[in-house]
Write a protein that binds this ligand. Sequence first.
Ligand code: NAD
Length: 279
Amino acid sequence: MAKLIDGKAVSAQIKEELKETVAKKKQQGITISLAVIQVGNDPASSVYVNNKKKACEYIGIQSIAYELPEETTQEELLSMIDDLNGRDDVNGILVQLPLPGHIDEDKIINRISPDKDVDGFHPQSVGALCIGQPGFVSCTPAGIIALLKRNHIEIEGKECVVIGRSNIVGKPMALLMLRENATVTVAHSRTKDLKEICKRADILIVAIGKPKFITEEYIKEGAVVIDVGIHRNENNKLCGDVDFASVEPHCSAITPVPGGVGPMTIAMLMNNCVESVKQ
Ligand code: NAD
């Protein structure tokens, strides 16, 4: 049987460590605060924003919530970001995506100061990751590296295949695995012979956005499989991009959905907030 990589446990451990760090900083008179901006009231975004606020509260980070109406203009949002960029009492700025259609997300992301870009989406943060300089790293891929390391899964020298090339998961994931000295292949929607490529992987990271797409035919015996996908199946239960029942018997370790990669994203966001004091 494959080892279950428990993201809930690792995330809880990281949050405990951060809580201690934040308490020590408080004793030195340093407080950490995160501005969280939501435009409109998309229910899924509200859930994410609420979870982020709760995590901040638990760790001792001050969260300043801005709930803006759907009609907020791009100019208004840009000017709010300018204001937050200039405030010494705000360490991190997070704009919950997706934004309403009349707002250009790239313009908003580009306006956040790279020093406060706790989501790691700013081009400067992505560029820094690319050339191995310090900067904020996108939370989901950073969480996967933490999961692998804290489960003592060796990365160096391993064949790693990342399926997906999105800016928030696939690309930074591939760069991080490269930084950890894996041999990395990035597969995507135009990749030919996906099965053959996946079968080379010692570590297969799946961020394809299609429920239960990856079955045992894609797996090398004994591989480590990381499932980034989150979907609801026909019975309204959560499932991933990997067909767990089919794949699990063939791998050495696997992340479940839920309880694998998901809980790591918020833990790494909190980690970035704490890091923002150093940046
Ligand atoms: P996306 O839709 O932006 O990207 C999907 C990628 O998969 C694309 O790069 C595409 O080229 C590739 N792809 C699509 N079909 C393919 C095929 N047939 N063969 C090979 N590659 C194919 O998605 P995303 O934002 O990167 O997210 C991926 C998944 O991860 C989604 O299910 C999303 O919900 C989930 N997600 C989870 C978390 C988390 O915290 N756990 C965070 C972000 C995203």
